[in-house]
Design a binder for this molecule. Structure first.
Ligand SMILES: [Zn+2]
Ligand SMILES: [Zn+2]
Length: 414
């Protein structure tokens, strides 16, 4: 019997895990520095939470959730982060305004593609209880600065406003009039979606649909006075932050809960699968989920996809030197432990050989463990109060007095 991982999942180890961890630890430092607090919630929730927040007529809810029933209760693995953050915020009676970040695995049964997995890692931020345009611009600025910090290049920022229920109701009639003569030419998905989820038809990848939508009236040109003012003000702040962006009138985002500002960061090198960060404002969601009236905004970025487009060497990865201590004879075990502690206190990696093994055997192990240096300690070394340091790459070795070993670690090993 041979076991395989489920389709669309992956094993991460070695270099790729280091790269992933480098992005995550940088995110922790950066978002804490910007006043966001980390939050963790259960990996699964009652499925209803997602139906309610993401919207029942969306791809995620209709086909992509991992659901399971236990004792007549229906659960789902989280397909995204915002609903869980809001549920936790309401349930724990936290106070507004609030700023959270999360680094979580998400689960969607999508068609596996390059950089797109069924279990995938997202970093997200949310600002809860702030309705002013400044905060829409701030989260975009946070995204841009974070991506710059980890060395991502060549991404563009697209924004749009998709208004509020008030402007959408009027706009929907306008759109219906425009689509009327062409309605039967739309794909069945778009025809079905128009009633409950009409803005999302713009997300359709079908060429005929897209052609019809090119000339269709856009929500952006049909905003109510308040939404228009909000949108203009977001753009003003983006300019003040010095952020280059383009306006994409067809950008509507795939989830139901967005209002007003929506944003996507796109990576050029990823071709068709090019969105690395997406989000926007969701002013009505907190109330919808049973909380207070708390306009909010946030985004999430896909770490797996981001890493595909990143240089192999992330600026934040420091390769730690590896040591291997080969002690000859168990009577030197205390010295071995002292050396190990000293090495680890200096923030290097240190492994120990079995002192009962021969020196040859231990050095072979050091090689296999990819050690940069082996420290040899035996009878001779003990007599002369030194240790032998062998550079495993070039093969040369020298004796360092034990009393100078700390200085040697600090000054010589980079
Ligand atoms: Zn409006
Ligand atoms: Zn369509």
């Amino acid at each position: 019997m041979k076991y395989q991982k489920p389709k669309g999942t992956r094993d991460i180890f070695g270099r790729e895990l280091q790269r992933t961890e480098a992005v995550c630890s940088t995110a922790r430092l950066f978002f804490e520095q910007n006043g966001f607090e980390e939050i963790r919630t259960p990996t699964f929730e009652f499925a209803q939470l997602f139906d309610r927040s993401i919207g029942e007529r969306t791809d995620i809810i209709e086909h992509e959730m991992y659901k399971f029933e236990i004792n007549k209760k229906l659960y789902a693995l989280r397909p995204e982060g915002t609903a869980s953050v809001l549920r936790a915020f309401i349930e724990n009676k936290l106070s507004l305004p609030a700023r959270f970040f999360y680094i979580w695995s998400m689960y969607r049964r999508e068609k596996p593609q390059k950089g797109r997995y069924r279990e995938f890692l997202q970093i997200g931020i949310e600002i809860l209880g702030e309705d002013k345009p400044f905060y829409d611009a701030e989260i975009i600025d946070q995204g841009k600065r974070f991506l710059n910090l980890i060395g991502a290049k060549d991404f563009t920022i697209e924004i749009n406003s998709i208004g509020c229920p008030k402007c959408r109701a009027i706009y929907k009639n306008k759109l219906r009039d425009y689509l009327e003569p062409n309605f039967s030419n739309l794909c069945s998905n778009c025809q079905r979606r128009f009633e409950r989820n009409f803005l999302r038809i713009f997300d359709c990848k079908n060429k005929t649909c897209q052609q019809i939508y090119t000339k269709a009236p856009k929500i952006t040109d049909n905003l109510c006075a308040e939404c228009l003012e909000h949108y203009l003000s977001v753009k003003k702040f983006l300019n003040k932050f010095g952020i280059d962006y383009t306006e994409n009138r067809k950008l509507v985002r795939g989830l139901d809960y967005y209002t007003r500002t929506v944003v996507e960061f796109k990576q050029q090198s990823l071709g068709a699968q090019d969105t690395i960060l997406a989000g926007g404002r969701y002013d009505l969601l907190m109330k919808e989920l049973g909380g207070s009236d708390a306009p909010s905004t946030g985004w999430a970025m896909g770490v797996d996809r981001l890493l595909i487009s990143m240089p192999e060497n992330l600026p934040k990865i420091d390769e730690k030197k590896r040591f291997f201590i080969a002690t000859i004879g168990e009577r030197f075990i205390n010295e071995m432990i002292e050396l190990r502690d000293l090495i680890q206190q200096n923030n290097f990696i240190c492994l120990m050989g079995n002192p009962e093994d021969s020196i040859k055997h231990q050095l072979k192990k050091a090689n296999r463990a990819k050690a940069d240096y082996s420290i040899i300690y035996g009878e001779d070394e003990a007599k002369n109060k030194v240790c032998t340091v062998k550079n495993m790459e070039i093969g040369d070795q020298k004796k360092i007095p034990i009393k100078d070993f700390k200085t040697f670690l600090r000054n010589t090993i980079k």
